[in-house]
Design a protein. Structure first.
Length: 248
């Protein structure tokens, strides 16, 4: 084909957001999510396909004049797009701009916690310690810091937090206790019921396997919780932090 008749693909839409405050960026993300607009943020710019130019420019304009500076759930029928998203984000941002923790990060946190409290509890039981002693220590290890701060030591180290699914704040003592009870059910069955290792393994998979599908385990569903990254900038702690948005 003659080079003259080859149509070049349209340049992608690029709109600077350097002038937005962090709260306005959160609002912008919520606007785009409401309109199902696929986008990326690269070096202080919103980048999207050329066909989304109108939606991007409108969202940036609305976020720029937000008088309150506070982001909340946004759902304006006027803004909703009739276009389908090209790629559904695997971890859409929450209302406060954070993302749910990844499967690998949750696995890492769980391994750390089991090394610190799970394995010692079972070893102490096999050595002759009373079952209730290990159960109480295990419960305190998880419930107290989760209620106060939203973390266990494993989650603190990996930069994630347990939050109430509705408020996105650390869960109440009741929710934290319910979450622990479901997650610890296999261990409690081994301590008090003499359940063998095979049955315990099956029970553990039943609790944690839903995380592979929906990033929430059976204990999260039971307690109405989820695990989110530490801040909107990413996990932090021992991993590289995602670049924060510049205020301009």
């Amino acid at each position: 084909m003659d080079e003259r008749f080859r149509a070049e693909p349209p340049a992608p839409c690029r709109v600077s957001i350097d002038h937005l405050t962090p709260h306005q960026v959160i609002l912008l993300r919520t606007l785009l999510r409401s309109g199902e607009v696929p986008y990326g943020i690269v070096r202080g710019e919103i980048v999207a396909g050329a066909e989304w130019t109108d939606e991007i420019e409108k969202a940036v304009a609305w976020a720029s004049v937000d008088p309150s500076g506070e982001a909340d759930e946004f759902d304006d029928p006027e803004y909703r797009s009739n276009k389908k998203p090209l790629v559904k984000p695997p971890r859409p941002p929450l209302r406060d701009g954070r993302h749910q923790a990844t499967r690998l990060r949750r696995l890492s946190a769980g391994v750390v916690d089991e090394v610190l409290i799970g394995v010692p509890t079972l070893l102490a039981h096999r050595a002759g310690a009373a079952p209730w002693t290990g159960a109480v220590m295990h419960a305190v290890y998880y419930i107290v810091p989760t209620t106060w701060f939203g973390w266990s030591i494993g989650k603190l180290w990996t930069g994630v937090r347990v939050v109430d699914r509705t408020t996105l704040r650390p869960p109440s003592p009741t929710r934290a206790a319910a979450r622990w009870l479901v997650s610890a059910a296999p261990m409690l069955a081994a301590l008090f019921g003499g359940v063998n290792g095979n049955a315990m393994t099956v029970a553990v998979f039943a609790v944690y396997l839903p995380i592979v599908v929906d990033l929430r385990g059976a204990h999260d569903y039971a307690a109405g919780t989820m695990v989110a990254e530490r801040t909107t900038a990413g996990p932090g702690i021992w991993v590289r932090q995602r670049s924060a948005v510049k205020n301009g």
